[in-house]
Ligand binder design. Structure first.
Ligand code: PEP
Ligand code: MN
Length: 337
């Protein structure tokens, strides 16, 4: 990090700044030019609040040279992270389809979808038990009963299961959930991120509706700073001015994230588009762009689904998607970083 000082900075304020930085274990290289003095900060500057420094009277400008995320940063971990989710690997060339209903509705529903997506090559089963709905009057999920039914589907199919946690008070229900999802609306629920950082559970972190990639990586950093390094990132579409699609799939996020971080990156074309007919083309595009996996909503009766039926594929449509994706995989983009 570089701090450019204003002309004739107040010596007392400068001493205070230097003392504060030294207390954070930062070494300082002072370069006095003819008109301008520049401080070069050396050490782990991820602990330095750039806004705090910018606000000082004696400071003209501050520039970060290294990113504020360290654990998630590819610079410090050049090799891809490979996660092992109860025997199913993702990342570092291991690709996974994660499929299932938006929300768990009944034993028959979740078990029949689980069997069919497994038959088409899905490596994990998704299913919401706690649903973050825009309206408080909409179906809120089956909650603890939903988790029980997912566990039953796991027993029957052997597929690891993925489900969303909305509050840390629910954690005791997630003991046998293999991959805990943090939804887009909770990406910056920092207390939840910190608590999950203390667990040893793999986490699927979805990008917030209006979040930058740096903000997504900082949220991953919250989890990793607590000691939990098992994080998968998910591009699930962002808010734009377009209204025909539910969100806009940010395809460039996939190769970009993969160059910025060593963590696996997957895409969710279901929530990104909101329209079932767009799920397959966007799934193919995401795979071509280098995604390590896909999160796809599948329902046995989309027209009568309690949640997100309009974007859900039938099991047959999912089988077709899985087949197309398999053919694209050998040509998928791999950056030479
Ligand atoms: C989901 O995956 O069911 C979900 C609610 O996704 P998001 O948080 O991306 O909206
Ligand atoms: Mn959904």
């Amino acid at each position: 990090m570089i701090v450019v000082l204003k002309d004739n900075p107040d010596q007392k304020q400068l001493d205070n700044l230097i003392q504060w930085l030294e207390s954070l274990n930062i070494d300082i290289n002072i370069s006095e030019g003819r008109d301008t003095t520049i401080l070069g900060l050396i050490g782990d500057t991820s602990v330095v609040d750039i806004d705090l420094i910018s606000a000082l009277d004696i400071v003209e400008a501050v520039k970060r040279i290294t990113e504020p995320y360290k654990n998630a940063n590819r610079k410090f971990h050049p090799d891809d992270t490979v996660l092992d989710i109860n025997g199913v690997k993702i990342g570092g060339g291991n690709f996974q389809l994660i499929a299932g209903p938006c929300s768990v509705e009944s034993m028959e529903q979740v078990c029949s979808i689980a069997e069919s997506v497994k038959g088409s090559g899905a490596g994990m089963l998704r299913g919401g038990a706690f649903k973050p709905r825009t309206s408080p009057y909409a179906f809120q999920g089956m909650r603890d009963k939903g988790i029980e039914l997912l566990l039953e589907a796991k027993k029957v199919t052997g597929l690891p299961i993925v489900s969303e946690i909305m509050d840390f008070s629910q954690i005791s229900l997630f003991g046998d959930v293999d991959l805990i999802q943090i939804g887009a609306r909770n990406m910056q629920n920092f207390e939840l991120l910190k608590e999950l950082g203390k667990t040893n559970k793999p986490i699927l972190l979805k990008r917030g509706l209006s979040s930058t990639l740096q903000e997504l990586l900082m949220s991953a950093e919250y989890i990793m700073a607590g000691g939990n390094e098992q994080v998968i990132l998910c591009e699930r579409g962002i808010r734009t001015f377009e209204t025909i699609t539910r969100n806009t799939l940010d395809l460039s996020a996939i190769p970009l994230l993969k160059s910025m971080t060593h963590l696996p990156v997957i895409a969710d074309p279901s929530h990104a588009t909101g329209l079932s007919r767009l799920v397959k083309p966007m799934a193919m595009a995401a795979v071509a762009a280098g995604a390590d996996g896909l999160l796809i909503e599948v329902h046995n009766d989309p027209a009568n689904a309690l949640c997100d039926g309009q974007q859900s594929l039938t099991p047959e449509e999912f089988a077709d998607l899985a087949d197309s994706v398999k053919h694209i995989r050998p040509y998928a983009y791999r950056s030479n970083r």
